[in-house]
Design a protein around this ligand. Structure first.
Ligand code: ZN
Length: 177
């Protein structure tokens, strides 16, 4: 799928990251510019709290921004939401970089540590923890066994590889001279 504009790309990202309703919210913001959460809920016929929760998630993903203004009549603050003005590919790259950092840190942990596990409850312990518990599971008092984490490492390596290649936008790069 090729996005014609950055705003369309943001709609695609919103839908991929946060689901269908987020995609519809992004579409409305693309068409209307600025919309309050109240109006979004009315247009979509969805519970306002659901809309607010999604908007906050979309804000954390840097897909949307807001402006706050006091409503003189009711004295409360109103939030006007809009699509971010950041380029979509940068939003995506930042998100990818953050996720990769977490996965790589987890892989490093797996690579640098020895693990034990409890055959009864399945809990996993680092060598240090297992040692401090005397190699007995503190929850079920079972003797801990060495844990082979090759599978875990493989899963993490595959996830890192997949994420590195992930590019749902495929934006055409226009070179301006
Ligand atoms: Zn246990």
């Amino acid at each position: 799928m090729i996005a014609k504009s950055d705003e369309e790309a943001l709609v695609i990202l919103a839908r991929k990251i946060h689901g269908e309703l987020a995609g519809r919210i992004a579409e409305i913001l693309m068409k209307k510019g600025e919309v309050t959460d109240d109006d979004l809920a009315k247009i979509l016929k969805v519970d306002i709290n659901k809309v607010r929760r999604l908007l906050n998630l979309m804000f954390e993903s840097r897909l949307v921004k807001y402006r706050r203004a006091r409503d003189e009549k009711i004295g409360w603050y109103k939030y006007f939401w809009r699509l971010t003005d950041e380029p979509a590919h940068r939003v995506l790259e930042d998100r990818k970089r953050m996720a990769l950092k977490i996965l790589e840190a987890r892989l490093r942990l797996e690579e640098e540590n020895e693990y034990f596990y409890c055959p009864k409850c399945g809990r996993k312990y680092t060598l240090d923890d297992a040692d401090s518990y005397g190699y007995i599971c503190p929850y079920c008092e079972e003797v801990l066994e060495p844990y082979d984490n090759e599978k875990d490492k493989l899963v993490l390596r595959k996830a890192i590889e997949k994420l590195s290649k992930y590019s749902p936008l495929k934006i055409e790069k226009t070179t301006k001279t």
